[in-house]
Design a protein around this ligand. Sequence first.
Ligand SMILES: Nc1ncnc2c1ncn2[C@@H]1O[C@H](COP(=O)(O)OP(=O)(O)OP(=O)(O)O)[C@@H](O)[C@H]1O
Length: 294
Amino acid sequence: MAFEIQGLNKSFGNYQAVSNLNIKLEEGNILGMLGRNGAGKTTTIRMILDIIKPDSGSILWNGRPLSKKELLIGYLPEERGLYPKMNVVEQLVFLARLEGVPSKIAKRQALNWLERLEMTPYIKKKTEELSKGNQQKVQLISCLIHDPDFIILDEPFSGLDPVNAEMLKDVVKDLIKKRKTIIFCSHQMDSVETFCEEICIMKNGIKVLSGSLSEIKKSYGYRYLDVQSDTDLEPVLAQKDYIYKRNNRGYSIKLTKDQAPLKLLQEIEQLYGVRSLSLREPSLHQIFIEKTGA
Ligand SMILES: Nc1ncnc2c1ncn2[C@@H]1O[C@H](COP(=O)(O)OP(=O)(O)OP(=O)(O)O)[C@@H](O)[C@H]1O
């Protein structure tokens, strides 16, 4: 196992922010770490990075206590951690030097990354002069410039326009292809679904769900039939005791294992106005709300 957290605990005064947390992550895999605000994700990341000390428990890399001296770690924090007065290239070279990259290589890497992320026009600008999205790109480059093996990305796509978000998503796809070991924290459920096969959901410092997302979805025991319809289907659905929600396009009908979709289709097939039908597993968004809601 590349990365492992065993029985991790952390309290602040009387408040237990992380409680007996266990996580395993194979080399080359990406783990989606989810939880509502205050669930304990950042506290966990800070312990992994040795910014704060756990009360108890272990954080291991290849079976040994994780040490920043022995392992290259890339961290993209949710809040900005750049020097506002430094220009972009100087900043990146400085941050890469702190990770042990020689100046010449650091500069070459910085320029390559800046070109890839369409940042070449800004290389001489002070960081404080950049837009929020461009600062996010500089922050991502600083996280990756030393080619780390273990990468922690906290909300990597927040504050980005759709074009920049796609550009950064391509970077994450490349990291996955290169089999980097990644922890991916995000409130954007669709991004987590796109990138992560393994997930861990936390609530009030406690892990409430973890494992393979496709296995979790399969084990949920129900599916949804989304029906786009101009016709009112409520008389049929209500009469047969289906659980459903109306939305602006039609209906989302929750089907248990015993409720065959074909049977429902037979019941509504007579009705004109059904424009499309699709069967799907519960989304991560629905699972998240079910597991972490009040
Ligand atoms: N230094 C601290 N002192 C006291 N309480 C803290 C400290 N750091 C975190 N906490 C508390 O620990 C809990 C977990 O916070 P944490 O920042 O880990 O949550 P999070 O899951 O990262 O939330 P978000 O999604 O909002 O970033 C919160 O209740 C927070 O107020």
